[in-house]
Design a protein around this ligand. Structure first.
Ligand code: GRF
Length: 208
């Protein structure tokens, strides 16, 4: 059984998708044990508490230094014997220190088809603004492992979503969440917990 920590900053709809999948038996061989939020007002914390999942708040700003933040984060992860870290809208970039310690054990959901509309500065609504600005007809979401470069780690799952004529960034964001993110994130977590994802030369091979 893999103990899962979900790191969040905002509304937590992806966390909710994971909780729902867990309730429906769709997270095989894994359990969400801890939700860590970067701010105490994140609604994701309420979702976790409503489902009796332990929570913690860890803010880089409120820590004296990056190393204090890292030490506290690692202590929480070790205490809960965490084997998979899911970044579900977590807005604090993790340091090399944490990433190396949990190599190929940290996954992120990004709201575009990587390598399009990703990397530094592409977060939240900006991703969808740029997709609409470019006029792409297809966008989507990607679940990938986290390495030291933003949105660069090995891709695990992707799902395409259509961009429609009158889309605003908000409308497109919602469609990408509903049709892609909430679907591929729980699937990727379940595959990980069943040990079905291998990373070879920076690419994943998924056991079907
Ligand atoms: C999602 O769009 C996710 O792709 C991005 O941050 C957003 C988080 O939304 N990384 P929520 O907090 O899960 O609702």
């Amino acid at each position: 059984m893999t103990n899962i920590a979900v790191l969040v900053s905002g509304g937590g709809t992806n966390l909710q998708a994971l909780i729902d999948a867990q309730k429906n038996g769709n997270i095989k061989n894994g359990e969400i044990k801890l939700v860590i939020a970067s701010n105490k007002n994140a609604f994701a914390l309420t979702r976790a508490s409503q489902n009796s999942i332990e929570t913690a708040v860890l803010s880089l700003k409120e820590c004296g230094s990056r190393s204090e933040f890292d030490d506290k984060l690692i202590a929480l992860l070790v205490e809960h014997n965490i084997g998979l870290i899911v970044l579900a809208g977590f807005l604090t970039i993790l340091s090399k220190n944490v990433i190396e310690k949990y190599e190929n054990k940290i996954i992120n959901i990004h709201p575009s088809l990587i390598p399009s509309f990703c990397g530094a500065g592409f977060y939240g609504l900006k991703v969808h603004e740029k997709a609409i600005e470019k006029g792409v007809k297809i966008t989507g979401a990607t679940v990938h492992f986290v390495n030291e470069i933003a949105d660069d780690g090995a891709i695990i799952l992707q799902k395409a979503v259509e961009v429609l004529n009158d889309d605003t960034p908000e409308i497109l964001q919602k469609r990408v969440m509903e049709q892609a993110e909430w679907n591929i994130l729980p699937r990727a977590v379940s595959l990980f917990c069943q040990n079905k994802i291998k990373v070879i030369d920076g690419k994943t091979k998924i056991e079907q």
